[in-house]
Design a protein around this ligand. Structure first.
Ligand code: ZN
Length: 356
């Protein structure tokens, strides 16, 4: 602890006032001592934040990009430029200890290889290797790099600091163009053999439905994903969002109202399946699903009631405590991993890198 305090990562403060007896010392992270750059790489925009130790967002920015033109090369250039902008906002003397990236696809988190991100059109993109090379060329060293599936990171953030902080069994659903899922069982992420588990957006719910970008027919995301909702509502404008569907329904569009109602039904059907398979304590509706929730809560309740009683009695359906930023803050959390596992050697490495 003395070494940590000396390296500036933590400080000891007096215990809570009002305590009886000699005040005990409490250890707290020094937010400005170490920072990470966190990204939520979405299908049509990138959110970047500079995050201090302990999870404080020190700076944040969202930048839109064209889905069809967002190749790996463009992405890496963009991530590097946003990293520069973020680090310019870092407190003086802060150690830069990591980069975390949430990706809407299946990721090998050991090396940051994006195996499949259908809504970006990426197959086997070595994002980790490309970014490592770019960061190394620019800064002469590479901090800890954590690249994972966006829903897995959303689950992590909501489990550590959000609506599932007191729960050991949680599912986080990311609603974007597609639907991602992050599953935490008994306090640990459920990874599967290759780390690719939890792809609940590709659970088939309607075999008589439409083809999914993954190649299968009737996946859950083909009925509750953003594109599906916009199409069902008959919105013609480019880049229409779920907010646009809600606005159209509010201003009297019968078709938009029906699209929300049907999506609510499909949402409930999928949730009932998840309750039966995983027996979670909480399912968090992230991304646009949190906007859909007020219109879908009756349908959701009705369908979840069809799950087996023992499991359904234990589950809560919630919206994220961290609003739309769960995957972003999960990416920051993962980027701090190396520091938290071995703070003294990470701080020494960073100090060495910035001195050389
Ligand atoms: Zn699919």
């Amino acid at each position: 602890m003395a070494d940590l305090a000396e390296s500036g990562v933590v400080r000891e403060v007096a215990g809570r006032p009002g305590q009886v007896g000699r005040p005990s010392l409490r250890v707290e992270p020094v937010s400005e001592s170490a920072v990470v750059v966190a990204f939520d790489l979405r299908v049509e925009s990138t959110v970047v934040a500079l995050v201090g130790l302990g999870g404080e967002e020190l700076w944040r920015r969202e930048q839109e990009h064209a889905r069809a033109k967002y190749t790996a090369k463009v992405a890496v250039k963009n991530l590097l430029s946003l990293t520069r902008q973020a680090l310019r906002r870092a407190p003086e003397d802060a150690a830069w200890v990591g980069i975390g990236i949430a990706v809407p696809g299946i990721v090998d988190h050991a090396d940051g290889l994006v195996r499949f991100a259908p809504n970006l059109g990426w197959v086997d993109v070595p994002l980790g290797a490309l970014l490592r090379e770019a960061i190394s060329a620019e800064y002469g060293f590479v901090p800890h790099l954590a690249i994972s599936n966006d829903a897995d990171l959303g689950a992590l953030a909501e489990h550590v600091r959000g609506v599932g902080a007191d729960n050991r069994n949680l599912i986080y659903l990311s609603g974007e163009v597609g639907i991602g899922g992050g599953v935490i069982i008994d306090g640990r992420p459920m990874l599967g053999a290759g780390g690719f588990g939890g792809e609940v957006g590709h659970m088939v719910v309607n075999p008589a439905g439409v083809e999914c970008r993954c190649g299968a027919t009737g996946c859950w995301e083909t009925v509750i994903g953003r594109d599906a909702l916009v199409r069902a509502a008959g919105l013609k404008k480019d880049h229409a969002t779920v907010e646009d569907v809600i606005a159209a329904a509010a201003s009297g569009s019968e078709r938009a109202r029906r699209a929300l109602e049907e999506a609510g039904d499909w949402l409930g059907i999928g949730l009932a399946n998840l309750v039966n398979v995983f027996n979670p304590e909480v399912i968090v509706l992230g991304g646009h699903l949190r906007l859909l929730h007020p219109f879908a809560s009756d349908a959701v309740d009705r369908h979840v009631l069809t799950a087996v009683p023992a499991a359904r009695e234990q589950v809560r359906i919630e919206v994220p405590a961290l609003s739309g930023d769960s995957p972003l803050l999960g990416a920051a959390e993962a980027a701090f991993d190396a520091l938290l596992a071995d703070p003294i050697s990470v701080i020494a490495d960073v100090a060495h890198a910035s001195a050389s």
